[in-house]
Design a protein around this ligand. Structure first.
Ligand code: NAD
Length: 382
């Protein structure tokens, strides 16, 4: 393919090519037959740039752009000003999302955006992005879709459980319990994820995924949050610029919804000795459904049929061409977002409001730990 990509090719730029940005690059490579090309990257960190360029070269990526320094930028503004991209993927540290999003939204050229979770680290910033004239529902531009990377929705066992719940066979959902037991936070470029000020705090950074799922399963809006958590095991012997990390490594969080249903998160980040990283249980008036990741198992049954009637299935999605780090969910996220862009959809599958509410629950949970009391969503929204 020549330097000018085919006219119907959707041209992507990736801002931030650390671990997740490179994951997006690989996913987009696997989508190349869908008419997708990555034409530019932006990252100030030379080792990240080099790893991304090496990856692109190793694919023998059909575009030549990435071999030229000119399409490898140090910052997002240069990438935007290049006018090369139709879509921008924002996969930079959490505390940078707000400014980068505002710059994209206010740029003279409209770009579709896939922004990694959490949307921003504070409710105020999420709201400001959502209020922006071009993405606001009243004045929305058709040429600008902003999707938030809450990709757990796309993991095959989770997607199957969502389908079962929405199909009504469990009845009105009353309880959603999500257990994440996993390894500690990985090491990141310049250790940005070691401090609440950069990440928004563990319950925002990591758990916005689960609060988003709770809200989906409950089919309702959160009202108030009670949490207990601490930094008990991890990162205690680490020091960066004289400071010890302040991110919690375990918590229980209870979320109450406005239809009377309840959610509970059980988070432990020193639990490598476990088979599944996520175990999700949704109980309705009629039945119960469960999803296990990475086993990719879904179980569901009704009270009437009891234990003997419980069905077990292996959740798979043969659309996935690349499993990557998140069990194919990043691939499906891109596939769906691309379809929305091509269909000129009015809204993306996961919008700015979803991003805002998932952050608000996390912020309320962090505050609840600090204050030792229930925190209402209204309190953090205002
Ligand atoms: N969807 C998921 O499940 C998932 C998983 C991991 C990370 N993430 C999210 O992806 C984002 C990136 O995380 P990561 O794990 O890749 O971190 P990382 O530290 O590995 O990479 C971040 C990269 O962004 C670059 N960067 C920093 N400031 C920048 C700027 N202003 N402009 C351009 N580049 C900049 C850094 O140099 C680095 O290369 C975070 O928001 C994180 O929460 C999401």
């Amino acid at each position: 393919m020549s330097v000018m990509a085919a006219s119907n090719t959707v041209k992507y730029g990736i801002v931030g090519v650390g671990m997740m940005g490179r994951e997006h690059l690989i996913n987009l490579y696997h989508l190349r037959s869908e008419g997708v090309a990555v034409v530019a990257i932006a990252d100030p960190h030379l080792p990240s740039q080099k790893l991304a360029l090496d990856l692109a070269h190793s694919f023998n990526w059909p575009i030549k752009y990435l071999r030229k320094k000119v399409w490898c930028f140090e910052g997002h503004r240069e990438l935007l000003d290049s006018l090369l991209c139709d879509v921008v993927v924002v996969s930079t540290p959490n505390m940078t999302h707000y400014q980068i999003l505002m710059d994209i939204i206010n740029h003279r050229k409209p770009h579709h955006v896939l922004v990694e979770k959490p949307l921003c680290t504070t409710v105020a910033h999420c709201k400001e992005v959502g209020r922006s004239e071009v993405v606001n529902s009243a004045r929305k531009r058709q040429d600008m879709l902003v999707q938030v990377g809450l990709e757990y929705r796309y993991m095959p066992p989770v997607a199957k459980l969502i389908e079962i719940v929405k199909g009504g066979s469990l009845g009105q959902v009353k309880m959603v319990a999500i257990r994440e037991h996993r390894f500690p936070f990985l090491v990141k470029v310049n250790n940005w994820n070691r401090f609440n000020i950069n990440s928004g705090g563990t319950l925002v950074e990591k758990c916005c995924h689960f609060f988003d799922l709770m809200r989906l399963f409950a089919g309702a809006n959160p009202v108030r949050v009670m949490a207990s958590g601490a930094i008990d095991v991890n990162h205690k012997d680490e020091i960066y610029d004289g400071k010890v990390p302040d991110i919690i490594d375990n918590a229980y969080v209870i979320v109450e919804f406005d239809n009377g249903s309840r959610g509970m998160l059980d988070l432990c980040m020193f639990a490598e000795g476990t088979k599944n990283e996520q175990e999700i249980s949704v109980v309705g008036e009629i039945g119960k459904g469960e999803a296990f990741v990475p086993e990719s198992i879904v179980r569901f049954g009704t009270r009437v049929d009891g234990r003997n009637g419980v069905q077990t299935l292996k959740a798979e999605n043969d659309q996935i061409k690349y499993d990557g780090l998140h069990h194919g969910s990043s691939y499906l996220e891109h596939l769906h977002f691309l379809s929305a862009i091509r269909a000129k959809a009015k809204a993306p599958a996961v919008d700015l409001h979803d991003g805002l509410v998932s952050v608000a629950i996390g912020v309320a949970a962090q505050l609840s730990i600090e204050k030792g009391r229930f925190v209402t969503i209204e309190e953090v929204m205002n």
